[in-house]
Design a protein around this ligand. Structure first.
Ligand code: SF4
Length: 436
C-alpha cells in the first residue's frame, strides 16, 4: 500500500522541540550561578589539555563540508546551539532527499504504513552520514529501510516485558535493588534498532510532575532501591531546570545511593553538553552516566570534547553498544570503537545482543558473532577495553552475561583452561595442605 509522504506528518506528530517544561514546571531548586565563566567547573585552571579534541572550536572535516553544502548561512553560534540542532532535525523524506541519494530499500520504508518509529536526525549527526553509500554503518543505524516493516518469528514490540514490570507508569522495577525511570520518550536522533521503539517519539512519556511524583513515591516507599537509572528516550533532552528538579527529588530519598543517566547525546548531539549542564549535573554526585555509542565514526572531535567535559565534572562514564549486523559486528570495528572510548575516558561497559524488537531481523547478528568479538578482544587489548557481552532475556529475565568458553575441563585436581592464544594450561585446585 502506498502511503503519501504526508505519512510523516503523522509520524512526526511528536514533539519537534526538546521536551519543554510543562505548565506544572517545578521551581529550579539550585540554579546555576549566573555569569559563571565558561567551563569554570569542568576545566581547572592550569590543567594540561590531554587531547587536542578537548579544545573548543575543533570540528570534524565531514561537519565542515556538510555545513557548507546545506547550512552555509548558519553561523557557528547557531550550529553549536543544541536547541537549534534539535529544532532543525531531519524528519521527513523530502528533507532527506535533499541531502542523500536514497536506495530503493530506504525509500521503501516511507511507503509502508507499518513503520512506527519516527525519523529524526540532528543536522550534526546527518553531517557524518555518507550521502552516497546506503551501507555506511551509521547511515544504516538511523535511516529506516523497508526491512524494519518485516516482522519475524520471536519478535515483539516489548521484548523485555518492561510494561509488565512497571509498578507505576514509566518506572521499570526488574532487579532487586535498582529501577529504571523513563523520564521522556524524546530523542534528538532515533536509532532504528531502539528497544523502546514502541514508545519513543510518540509523545507517550512526558516528564510531567504528576507522573514523576508517582515514581518518586514508589522509590521512596521501596527501601531496597539504592540505584536509579534515568533513561527514556534521552533524559538530556530535558531542560536543565526540570532535570535538576528530577535529580534533586531523587537525592531527597535517603536510600537512593547512586543515580545513573543513560544518554546518546555525546554521539548524536554533543552540543548538548554545555558548561551550564555539567555545572548542574555535578551537584548530584555520585552521578554516573552510560553513553550509547555504536561505531567509531561517532567518535569525532565534538564527541571527544563532550565526553571530556563530563569526565572533568567527575562523572564516571561507561558505554553501551548494541551489536548490529553489518554495522559493528567484526573485531576490527569494535576494537577501534572501544579504543576511542578509552581515549574519551569512557569505560566500555556493555555490549548488548540486539533485542528482538519487531522488525529487527536485519540488525541482529548471531550470538556466535558476539562471542567471536569478545574472543578477539580479550587478551589482545587492554582489559578495560573489553565490555561485558549480554543478552537481555526476552520476557523480562534481565541481562545474562555471555563469555567464550575458556574452561576446557578437569584433570584430576586441576582445572584445564584455554588462554586467548589457544594455549592450554592447568591450574591446580587441590587445597589439601596435609599432602605437602
Ligand atoms: S537514543 Fe536510545 S532511546 Fe533514543 S532511539 Fe536511540 S536507542 Fe532508543
Amino acid at each position: 500500500m502506498h502511503v503519501p509522504i504526508e505519512r510523516n506528518a503523522q509520524l512526526t506528530a511528536t514533539p519537534s522541540q526538546p521536551a519543554q517544561e510543562s505548565e506544572d514546571e517545578p521551581p529550579d531548586p539550585s540554579p546555576c550561578p549566573a555569569g559563571a565563566p565558561a567551563l569554570a567547573c569542568s576545566k581547572p585552571a592550569g590543567r594540561v589539555v590531554p587531547f587536542p579534541a578537548h579544545r573548543a572550536g575543533i570540528i570534524s572535516p565531514a561537519v565542515k563540508s556538510f555545513r557548507k553544502r546545506h547550512f552555509q548561512n548558519v553561523p557557528s553560534k547557531l550550529w553549536n546551539d543544541w536547541q537549534w540542532q534539535t529544532s532543525h532535525r531531519i524528519r521527513t523524506l523530502s528533507q532527506l532527499e535533499t541531502m542523500i541519494s536514497l536506495s530503493e530499500e530506504e525509500r521503501g520504508a516511507f511507503t509502508r504504513s507499518e513503520r512506527s518509529l519516527p525519523l529524526g536526525i540532528t543536522p550534526y549527526y546527518m553531517s557524518l552520514i555518507s550521502p552516497d553509500d546506503p551501507h555506511q554503518p551509521i547511515r544504516r543505524s538511523v535511516i529506516p529501510t523497508v526491512h524494519e516493516t518485516v516482522h519475524s518469528a520471536g519478535e515483539a514490540d516489548d521484548p523485555l516485558g518492561e510494561d509488565a514490570q512497571s509498578p507505576v507508569p514509566g518506572l521499570v522495577h526488574r532487579y532487586p535493588d535498582r529501577v529504571l525511570l523513563l523520564v521522556t520518550d524524546f530523542c534528538s536522533t532515533y536509532c532504528r534498532y531502539c528497544t523502546r521503539s514502541r514508545v519513543v517519539g510518540h509523545g507517550a512519556i512526558h516528564p510531567s510532575r504528576n507522573r514523576l511524583e508517582q515514581a518518586f513515591a514508589y522509590i521512596a516507599q521501596t527501601p531496597a532501591v539504592r540505584d536509579v537509572l534515568i533513561s527514556g528516550g534521552d533524559p538530556l533532552m530535558i531542560g536543565e531546570e526540570k532535570l535538576s528538579w528530577i535529580l534533586s527529588r531523587l537525592r531527597q530519598i535517603p536510600h537512593v545511593e547512586i543515580v545513573r543517566i543513560g544518554t546518546k547525546v555525546p554521539a548524536v548531539l554533543p552540543q548538548r553538553i554545555t558548561p551550564r549542564l555539567v555545572r548542574m549535573l555535578r551537584q548530584f554526585h555520585p552521578l554516573w552516566m552510560s553513553l550509547h555509542f555504536t561505531h567509531p565514526d561517532e567518535c569525532t572531535p565534538e564527541a571527544y570534547r563532550a565526553c571530556a567535559m563530563l569526565a572533568d565534572a567527575g562523572i564516571p562514564l561507561g558505554s553501551q553498544t548494541v551489536l548490529l549486523k553489518g554495522i559493528n559486528d567484526n573485531v576490527e570495528t569494535m576494537r577501534r570503537l572501544l579504543h576511542h572510548l578509552l581515549k574519551m575516558r569512557v569505560r566500555p561497559y556493555y555490549l548488548y545482543q540486539c533485542d528482538p524488537i519487531s522488525g529487527s531481523a536485519h540488525f541482529r547478528a548471531p550470538i556466535e558473532k558476539g562471542l567471536e568479538i569478545i574472543r578477539g578482544l580479550r587478551g589482545f587489548t587492554s582489559g578495560y577495553a573489553v565490555p561485558t557481552y549480554v543478552v537481555d532475556a526476552p520476557g523480562g529475565g534481565g541481562k545474562i552475561p555471555l563469555m567464550p568458553d575458556y574452561v576446557v575441563g578437569r584433570e584430576n585436581d586441576a582445572l584445564v583452561l584455554r588462554n586467548y592464544e589457544n594455549g592450554v594450561y592447568r591450574y591446580p585446585e587441590s587445597c589439601d595442605i596435609s599432602a605437602s
